[in-house]
Design a protein around this ligand. Structure first.
Ligand code: COA
Length: 326
């Protein structure tokens, strides 16, 4: 039996404050119709000034820990493009606030693909028997990156956090992460960039084309590596950049609309939080059910991209995890 990382619990957190498209029209030269038709977004959650990436990460992770009930967590990986400070990393503070002082905890920056990179890292630690349980968090405050008056970027982004608890298990079983496909291309580093908060620059049209291309290719590779036909996919969970990008990806993969999960209308592009927020939402509202063959894919600044498969597990029962190091 091959050792693998298995999803044991999910958690999610969104800031209380909601900014609708109508709210944006009061301060930007834009319309609800433009934003909705070009992006599929109708509103987004935006953190209060005093609400940090760590605050969101702690809330999402605490939910995953409450439902997963691990006896011990061996490692915490925080995917984020918006750490609270340049130095130190945000993850150790998050770990301490969760009562996990002493464990390895580190940030991982891979843009909107960060969560898949973090899952791959957690899965690798578990496969190598370095860890038995890994808490993987994606948290971002992307709404802080655009210039407040830039109508081309402000409508796209929102804030949030999501978390998955991984535990050791057996490859091929429900919840086990399949082979991970990851990539990067620094020649596109300037296409999405921010030297500091409020200074985001994005070449939207080029990013759009590359996002469709990379997510489609990575998805095909991940499905092949898992031994799946794309027709086997019950649920496509693409990074929620915008609904036109994800629809193109689904169409190119031949995944029918009804099998594609989305929450971009309610949360916008939440960066590294995007995929776990969508998994948490869809598993709680019944769109994602135990046994669904699920394909995750993402694309982001860097440029970075990735994809992986898993069969969604039954998370309704309590998982009591063994705590001793492997
Ligand atoms: N409201 C009204 N008009 C707007 C606008 C807004 N919020 N934002 C841009 N426009 C205008 C532009 O100024 C431009 O006007 P012009 O023709 O007079 O110059 C026009 O709309 C078309 O702009 P364009 O950038 O070509 O639109 P688009 O159809 O490419 O859509 C994006 C723009 C950003 C929605 C689209 O390129 C996109 O989704 N890109 C990917 C972004 C993304 O997801 N990035 C993150 C990846 S992880």
């Amino acid at each position: 039996m091959t050792r693998a990382a298995v999803v044991a619990a999910v958690g999610a957190a969104l800031p209380a404050s909601v900014v609708s498209n109508e709210d944006l029209t009061a301060r930007l030269d834009t319309t609800d119709e433009w934003i909705r038709s070009r992006t599929g977004i109708t509103r987004r959650h935006v953190a209060a000034a005093e609400e940090s990436t760590a605050d969101l990460a702690v809330r999402a992770a605490a939910q995953a820990l409450t439902s997963g009930e691990p006896d011990h967590v061996d490692t915490l990986v925080l995917a984020t493009t918006t750490p609270d400070r340049c130095c130190p990393a945000t993850a150790p503070a998050v770990a301490t606030r969760l009562g996990l002082t002493g464990i390895p905890a580190f940030d991982l920056a891979a843009g909107c693909t960060g969560f898949l990179y973090a899952l791959a890292t957690g899965a690798g630690l578990i496969a190598a028997a370095t860890a038995r349980t890994v808490l993987v968090i994606g948290a971002d405050r992307l709404a802080s990156l655009p210039h407040p008056h830039d109508r081309t970027t402000v409508p796209l982004f929102g804030d949030g956090a999501g978390a998955l608890l991984l535990r050791h298990g057996t490859a091929g079983k429900p919840g086990a992460l399949g082979p991970v496909v990851l990539g990067s291309d620094g020649t596109g580093a300037d296409l999405i960039r921010a030297d500091h908060p409020g200074a985001l620059h994005m070449d939207g049209a080029d990013v759009f084309r590359r996002a469709v291309d990379r997510m489609t290719t990575a998805s095909r590779q991940a499905a092949t590596a898992a031994g799946w036909d794309l027709g086997d996919v019950d649920r496509l969970v693409p990074h929620q950049a915008n609904s036109r990008i994800t629809s193109f990806v689904a169409r190119q993969l031949g995944v029918p609309d009804g099998r594609q999960l989305s929450n971009v209308a309610e949360v916008g592009n939440t960066g590294a939080a995007s995929i776990p927020l969508l998994l948490a939402r869809a598993s709680s509202d019944g769109r994602l059910k135990p046994g669904h063959r699920t394909l995750l894919t993402a694309f982001g600044a860097g440029l970075t991209w990735g994809a992986l498969t898993l069969t969604w597990p039954d998370l309704t029962r309590t998982h009591r995890l063994e705590g001793a190091p492997a």
